[in-house]
Ligand binder design. Structure first.
Ligand code: CP
Length: 320
């Protein structure tokens, strides 16, 4: 549904709202461009002039540490002018509608909105109602999508495992409420992994989850067999409308990733987590901080991947 909206008439990226409808080659192009930005973090001057003269506004209507900060750093490194709006102190808190906020920012000659919102579809709505020259990047909308997180996850997997085609990837935990899980499943399947397996209690899985292109396990030890990549998810209590679990300690007993349980996956399995992590709820500290964990590599890679996505989305305006 968003394919036409995300791509311009030449098939180039205009908005980045969801992985759905994007082909494998475009995802590879993002990963390759991000690769060219990775080394910049070690350079004395961490900037390229690709988006000089462009104005980017970060609109975060929901809390964030990693996404907001890495988007801001990425925009700075592309030499854009970047403004992170504090929604709590903006006129939204005085009753201004989302559309009026957007119209007012447009009047300030903004070129790109980076949007996080608790409502699924918010970034899509803004993209539909913004001026034609504006690009919108989805930084996480409700339970729907977190496509830049998926791309930094894919980048981190490729960095270590090189070839997607033989990989078996397990996503463990609260799949039901997770926008990261949805976007990761779409990206992993588009990039051609051998298997995506979701491991969760029945109460934390969407109905007909198999139709997303995954195998299902309700047992962590069985589910980790032959797995190359483990993506752990936190319990998204803020999105749970009912008690879906007996308790956090009961959940950890059955689905928490411990050193002992990690041994059931392949010996070189990498452990990922989009953050924020809840130690002792879905993951043991020894695993989160252990040698197989790439959780902080994911955060670092977020800068290069978000630079690539912003640069590509601006391409259609002659900004690159
Ligand atoms: N992974 C992620 O989206 O983290 P933040 O909520 O801190 O941005």
């Amino acid at each position: 549904m968003t394919k036409n909206l995300q791509l311009n008439s030449e098939g180039k990226l205009k908005h980045f709202l969801t992985i759905e409808g994007l082909d494998r080659q475009l995802l590879i192009d993002i990963l390759d461009l991000a690769e060219s930005f990775v080394g910049m973090s070690d350079q004395r001057i961490k900037k390229v002039p690709l988006l000089r003269g462009k104005s980017i506004v970060n609109l975060f209507f929901e809390n964030s540490t990693r996404t907001r900060t890495t988007f801001e750093l990425a925009a700075n490194r592309l030499s854009a002018d970047v403004l992170s709006m504090s929604i709590a102190t903006s006129s939204t808190s005085k009753g201004e509608s989302l559309l009026d906020t957007i119209r007012n920012l447009e009047a300030m000659y903004v070129d790109m909105f980076v949007v996080r919102h608790a409502i699924s579809g918010a970034a899509h709505f803004i993209a539909q109602h913004s001026a034609p020259h504006i690009s919108v990047i989805n930084a996480g909308d409700g339970q729907h999508a977190h496509p830049t997180q998926a791309m930094l996850d894919m980048f981190t997997i490729r960095q270590i495992k090189k070839d997607f085609s033989k990989l078996r990837v397990a996503i463990v935990g609260d799949i039901l409420h997770s926008r990261v899980a949805r976007s990761d499943i779409l990206a992993l399947n588009a990039l051609g992994v051998a298997e995506v397996r979701v491991i969760a209690p029945k109460t934390l899985l969407p109905t007909k989850v198999e139709t997303l292109g995954v195998n299902v396990s309700h047992n962590l030890v069985d589910g980790l067999q032959d797995i190359d990549v483990i993506i752990m998810l936190r319990l998204q209590k803020e999105r749970m409308s009912a008690a879906l679990l007996p308790s956090e300690s009961e959940y950890f007993k059955c689905f928490g990733l411990t050193e002992q349980r990690l041994k059931y996956a392949k010996p070189d399995a990498m452990v990922m987590h989009p953050g924020p992590i809840n130690r002792g709820v879905e993951i043991e500290s020894k695993v989160a901080d252990g040698s197989q964990s790439v959780i902080l590599n994911q955060v670092s890679n977020g800068i290069a991947v978000r630079m690539a996505i912003m640069a590509m989305a601006m391409q259609k305006q002659g900004g690159v």
